[in-house]
Design a protein around this ligand. Sequence first.
Ligand SMILES: [Mg+2]
Length: 294
Amino acid sequence: MSTGLVKVILDYDGTLTAEEDQVGELAERSIGTLSREILKAPLSQVRDDYYRTRAMLLAQPHKYWWEVNGGVASYSDEGAFIANTTTILIMLRTNPSYTQAVGDHFPEAEYDPIVDCSNYLFHKHTFDLEPHFREATERVLGELMAHPRLEPIILSSSKGDKVRKNMRILGFEQIRVLGDTRQYGIDPSWERQFAHPEQGEGQIFRVDEEHTIDLRRPAYYNALVKEMRDAEKLVVAADTFSMPGALPMMMGIPFLLLKTEYTPAWCEAYVRAHPYGEVLPDLGLLPERVEALI
Ligand SMILES: [Mg+2]
């Protein structure tokens, strides 16, 4: 039997927390900030635009995605927070006066002004939200911490300070946080190739007729490779697929997709069919599933 260290990389939002319970408040706070600070447009107008855009997206979610540098970072229906982010992005992009106002407010964009704006809203408002931990979160983290071979690490594309603040509430401030790993950060200039079991070498692979996965995420790739250096094995667990799951799964790292009320059927089917993918029906089952993998 092997005795090496196994790092269990756990996504934060939606995996350890019930983001489906928080998204309404996140949306309202974002709408308020857009109206007051950024768009300087009436609250009722921004709110109407938001909910109209959201309904349009969710009627045909494969046609809308979080686009970063021309690539599909995540489809709009993969998670509750992603549906919110994508709604904001599409709403801002499809209204010229909104696009102009965002450009004026974020003149020195890191990605582009609209992506920077949605990142700003996400970081600002999720930092202030009361965490709604999933029922099993405290027990699962405790079991992983107590296990002699396992190290839980929390992954977040949010800034690490939010996660650290909320982990303190549970008394788990000693858990390492891999923050700001930019799972959404698609870089078209990155040339690394991956091998798909049926589709051969490439960087963008087809999931089904309506969806592809884009693996050109060098920041996240480098974070995973760095974690592998002193570990025998990594396992990644997350509630969404494209951002935290597709890349490790295609690198041969076991990926557990937490099934939630918002998990789309296409994500579940694809993960279930992949040799390194597994669907986790409940967060409470994580320790035993990890045990079976090591
Ligand atoms: Mg998540």
